[in-house]
Design a protein around this ligand. Structure first.
Ligand code: PMP
Length: 367
């Protein structure tokens, strides 16, 4: 062992040493359909205006840490109910980490003394990773084979583990479906005053439904969203809507100045032109219907219903399909080894009609 190996062994946590970096393949030269990005950019006139606004940003100053203007725009434009507020994250990734950090209590009687994060699985991987990094236990409750919630199993796991946080992605990634709203409510109610239900609405622009308006009914529910899928993945802005008293606690854990001034200016600008982004989401929703229909017609392919900007499908040989698509310079996500329920599954982002047909043709050739 070298000196640096000794240093690492003496300092870095064992689970971190054993883990791996969140893997994002290099996409240059590829049709990128693996990360649920919006393929459309802002129109030229808006980009020029945004350039002017960014040029005026005070890069020599720290951001004003209350982010009052941006928060006000979010509350007003994105349907946050009266009496509720938001906190901001550097992507909703950071909000997930903040939630876990704030709830990672030492439990007096719990197993191993660790607080618990619970989520149906397969789920977005950062729920488990953030729980682990915060020193919490993660309990994954398998979905049913049609990707709906297994309610007896969920309620039993909640009663047994008394999770501090339950993450419910609505719609879920990587499966694309919306859970039954009455099931979600039953989970929120089962948690009562002992746990916080985090409704993760990252894909809300494509879902046509939301739990946001129900915030006043359920003080133990918080609603997390992001501007990423709407078309601003590059600026990294997520937000969490909840009762102010709860947000005050999470805000203590948030790193100061976590949203930089360029993001702040760009987000305020984008929210003034939300109609443009909503229009792009509408195009993608229409394209999703077309793509799902074309996929369903292919022999040996099973398409799962999606309310997100991606489609999850089962193919006879996911390994070969992904390899063939890669040769055709199309990047998608092979889900087949992520979870037993995802055997044979791949996930593709819905994109422009042109990119969707590049994918479709390459897929056909691979089958
Ligand atoms: N939640 C879900 C369900 C996601 O799929 C993602 C991104 N893939 C995120 C949260 C994180 O999004 P971001 O950090 O870009 O806001």
């Amino acid at each position: 062992m070298t000196r640096i190996d000794h240093l690492i062994a003496n300092t870095i946590r064992e689970d971190v040493r054993a883990g791996h970096v969140y893997n994002v393949p290099d996409a240059s030269g590829y049709v990128k359909l693996d990360a649920m990005e919006n393929p459309y950019v802002l129109p030229e006139s808006l980009r020029i205006e945004l350039g002017r606004r960014l040029a005026d940003a005070a890069l020599n100053r720290y951001p004003v840490p209350s982010y009052a203007t941006l928060k006000q725009r979010i509350r007003a434009r994105l349907g946050v109910p009266a009496g509720h507020d938001v906190i901001l994250g550097n992507g909703s990734d950071e909000i997930i980490a903040i939630l876990c950090m704030a709830c990672a209590r030492q439990m007096p009687n719990g197993k191993g003394g660790r607080a618990v994060v619970l989520a149906p699985v397969p789920a977005f991987v950062m729920f488990q990773r953030s729980a682990q990094f915060a020193g919490m236990d993660f309990v994954g409750v398998p979905l049913k084979p049609d990707f709906s919630l297994d309610m007896p199993a969920m309620l039993a796991a909640i009663a047994e583990h008394r999770p501090a946080l339950v993450f419910l992605a609505y719609p879920n990634n990587p499966t694309g479906n919306l859970y039954d709203a009455a099931d979600m409510v039953a989970i929120i109610e089962a948690l009562g005053e002992t746990g916080i239900a985090v409704v993760d609405e990252a894909y809300q622009p494509f879902a046509g439904t939301s739990f946001m308006a129900r915030l006043p009914q359920y003080p133990n529910m918080v609603v997390m969203r992001t501007l990423s899928k709407l078309g601003l993945a590059g600026i990294r802005l997520g937000y969490l809507a909840a009762a102010p008293a709860l947000l005050e606690q999470f805000d203590k854990v948030r790193p100061p100045y976590n949203i930089n001034v360029l993001t702040q200016v760009a987000a305020e600008f984008a929210l003034d032109h939300l109609d443009v982004l909503d229009g792009q989401a509408a195009l993608l929703n229409a394209a999703r219907a077309d793509l799902a229909q074309a996929l369903a017609a292919l022999p040996g392919v099973t398409v799962f219903p999606s309310s997100a900007n991606f489609i999850t499908l089962r193919v006879p040989d996911p390994q070969q399909t992904c390899a063939k698509l890669f040769e055709a310079r199309v990047l998608i996500k092979n889900l087949s080894r992520m979870h037993a329920l995802l055997a044979g599954c791949i996930r593709v982002t819905v994109s422009t009609p042109e990119e969707n047909s590049v994918f479709l043709n390459a897929l056909k050739a691979s089958l």
